[in-house]
Design a protein around this ligand. Structure first.
Ligand code: FES
Ligand code: FES
Length: 153
């Protein structure tokens, strides 16, 4: 397959690279850019473990083909912490014991981040809807919802 050049912003840095047009954003992040915080669960848009922000909107990176990110801004879980300081959401997940095995956590955090960027004071119902595409096999969800509520100013 002929390679294609793309340029995009990744965690506030400009990236330019030659890609196989059939590569997914998830594979690009994990296998070519070594940003392994974004997880692969189902690989088919069912679990939300691979959620990242694309122009501020939560997307399943396993369903986005690399050419689609040309000219966009991508934010991954690696950029949630700034200058050694955890994001308020990350801190709240710790305080509310919202993490068990942790596999779903990056995706949960990025979906919650997208919600708070768009709606800084969501209701519990809005939080539940925003996280409805993120599956967790461990926690029973209650602490995760409480953690997001706890991160609302
Ligand atoms: S790995 Fe992308 S939705 Fe499950
Ligand atoms: S903490 Fe284990 S899948 Fe959510």
């Amino acid at each position: 397959m002929k390679k294609m050049k793309i340029q995009f912003m990744l965690n506030e840095k400009s990236v330019s690279m030659d890609i196989d047009p059939e590569t997914t954003l998830l594979a690009l992040l994990r296998e070519e850019l070594f940003l392994t915080g974004t997880k692969e669960g189902c690989g088919s848009g069912e679990c939300g473990a691979c959620t990242v922000l694309m122009d501020g909107v939560a997307v399943n990176s396993c369903l986005v083909l690399a050419p689609q990110i040309n000219g966009t801004e991508i934010i991954t879980i690696e950029a949630l912490e700034t200058d050694g300081k955890l994001d308020q959401l990350q801190q709240s997940f710790i305080e509310h014991h919202a993490v068990q095995c942790g596999f779903c956590t990056p995706g949960m955090l990025m979906s919650a981040k997208a919600l708070l960027l768009k709606n800084p004071r969501p209701t519990q119902e809005e939080i539940r809807i925003a996280l409805s595409g993120n599956l967790c096999r461990c926690t029973g969800y209650q602490n995760i919802i409480a953690a997001v509520e706890g991160a609302v100013d």
